[in-house]
Design a protein around this ligand. Structure first.
Ligand SMILES: [Ca+2]
Ligand SMILES: [Ca+2]
Ligand SMILES: [Ca+2]
Length: 350
């Protein structure tokens, strides 16, 4: 390729550019879900607990608001790159500072034309009136000023992790519950109002495999009731919590494939040792395939007092894939002049 300047002088030819073959699985797709064909929603009012507002296209002041987007077009096995939900406010009254709209994951199925404050569907009551929910997945800080908070979409809420769980079937897609916990009055529009102001969920994704995220794994050992307790993030289900008190935080239990609800399991024996030949040692451990958010390193000591990291260049690695977990073998050579050596595995949260 060459270029020409204004005087029509031609530049030197550039070097040939090799053709790039794009992996089809890495192509980013966009899915925008909005309106009555792609979502269902309903307002819930504590003062009218038996009235269905599934067909209402707006309300002047919300109490609770349910919305569920139809994810049928999303592949089960995919990687969510981004997912953002937005809601249209058309009025604000009695503004007070430090007020939020909190958004939760809904844990019970509901039907748009029958859901009320008391009932999820016809003849089925919520366990918690106003909607059964687990963890909060987002919140919107209310700001004053009609320029930003009247006839406009709120800033979008990041729902990437939740949509990844819905896509993979980790948790069922029962939608979102917005709770108006504030003193500020908010008027909101629903899917029936038209696509210019209906709530929307915009997803970008690739057809790569579902990633091995802690946030997906945690729905195995922990329950919705536990996720519903915000304090549980520090004590029960969060990455840094250690509910079984065995010294391994949940992130490390996830990383090693151990049980976060059982102390005294295989953590102490995570690193298995076998002689592989003269002066050669095989150190084996189980690692979650594709684990993210954690780094694994090997440490060595000659006296059990002073430890140092074994540089990656001083160990060879071989991996035997086995589904969700893989066996990793780090082979090390005996250190010259040392009658004995001790090894330990170190996990570091990132
Ligand atoms: Ca509706
Ligand atoms: Ca633990
Ligand atoms: Ca454990």
């Amino acid at each position: 390729m060459s270029a020409f300047d204004a005087a029509d002088n031609e530049s030197d030819q550039s070097a040939a550019v090799p053709a790039i073959t794009l992996d089809p699985s890495q192509v980013v797709h966009t899915l925008r879900l909005q309106g009555t064909a792609q979502s269902a929603d309903a307002f819930l009012f504590e003062n009218n607990p038996s009235t269905n507002y599934g067909a209402s296209n707006y309300v002047s002041t919300i109490d609770h608001f349910l919305v569920r987007f139809d994810l049928a077009a999303l592949p089960t096995n995919c990687r969510i790159v981004s997912a953002r939900a937005a809601f249209y406010v058309w009025a604000q009254s009695n503004y007070q500072p430090n007020q939020y709209l909190d958004i939760f994951r809904v844990t019970r199925a509901w039907t748009e034309d029958a859901v009320t404050w008391n009932n999820a569907s016809t003849g089925v009551v919520w366990t918690t009136p106003g909607g059964d929910r687990a963890e909060r997945v987002g919140r919107i800080l209310q700001l004053s000023g009609s320029a930003n908070w009247d006839h406009v979409f709120y800033p979008p809420v990041d729902l990437r992790l939740l949509v990844q769980k819905w896509a993979a079937g980790t948790v069922p897609n029962n939608g979102l519950l917005m709770i108006h916990s504030s003193l500020t009055g908010i008027g909101l529009k629903a899917s029936e109002y038209g696509t210019g102001s209906a709530p929307y969920l915009e997803i970008t994704y690739t057809e790569e495999d579902t990633p091995a995220l802690y946030e997906l794994w945690m729905h195995g050992p922990f329950t919705d009731a536990q996720f519903a307790d915000p304090a549980g993030e520090a004590t029960t289900w969060g990455r840094s919590a250690d509910p079984d008190g065995d010294g391994a935080i949940n992130l490390f239990e996830y990383s090693l494939g151990t049980d976060p609800n059982a102390a005294g399991d295989e953590l102490a024996g995570a690193l298995r040792c076998a002689g592989a030949g003269d002066d050669t040692l095989d150190l084996t451990f189980g690692r979650r395939t594709g684990a993210t958010g954690v780094a694994y390193s090997l440490e060595r000591s000659y006296d059990l007092a002073s430890w140092s990291v074994v540089p990656a260049a001083e160990r060879s690695e071989s991996v035997v894939a086995a589904g969700e977990m893989e066996d990793v073998v780090w082979q090390v050579q005996a250190a010259a002049g040392q009658p004995r050596a001790f090894y330990r595995l170190r996990l570091t949260a990132q």
